[in-house]
Design a protein around this ligand. Structure first.
Ligand code: HEM
Length: 136
């Protein structure tokens, strides 16, 4: 089975494929939806190879950002770039955001409906009051 999709010059890898590369002799990391082969960098990493191996084959974005890596460190990333995370595997994260946003919007729908109904009821009561008042 071919898990990769070639699109112009960028190579896309699925999470399933990236997960296989979690060995000391073969370490891939995902940082901000980009895939890096850091095998040759393990021994050179100023933060040590253990922290990188722990994240091997998975998304290291949070750990990478938590450390507050320097601009130099971010530039070094380019040397190890091999491709990007497949669109299908990115959307799983994005769907959660969309769901949260939508559910937030549906609650604001009730916040204007209730006052609108209350205003309509008051309006009708007022009309009836005027009609009653006139006829008596
Ligand atoms: C290819 C990916 C990475 C590169 C190129 C990289 C590069 C660097 C560089 C250049 C430094 C020195 C300080 C600096 O310039 O910010 C550093 C420090 C450090 N890195 Fe990374 N890093 C990578 C991934 C990671 C990951 C995934 C983790 C955590 C899981 C990590 C944890 C650390 C820690 C803890 C330090 C601090 C070491 C200290 O201050 O003693 N790094 N890294």
């Amino acid at each position: 089975m071919d898990d990769t999709v070639a699109e112009s010059t960028t190579k896309y890898y699925t999470l399933e494929e990236i997960r296989q590369h979690n060995l000391q002799t073969d370490t891939w990391l995902i940082i901000h939806d980009k895939v890096y082969d850091v095998t040759s960098f393990l021994g050179e990493h100023p933060g040590g190879e253990d922290v990188m191996l722990e994240q091997g084959g998975s998304d290291a974005t949070e750990s990478f950002e938590d450390v507050g890596h320097s601009i130099d460190a971010r530039e070094m990333l380019q040397q190890y770039l091999i491709g990007e995370l497949h669109m299908d595997d990115r959307n799983k994260e994005n769907d959660k955001d969309i769901f949260i946003t939508t559910s937030g919007e549906s609650s604001s729908w009730t916040t204007w409906l209730i006052p609108a109904l209350a205003a309509a009821v008051v309006g009708l009561m007022y009309r009836y009051y005027i009609v009653e008042h006139r006829s008596s």
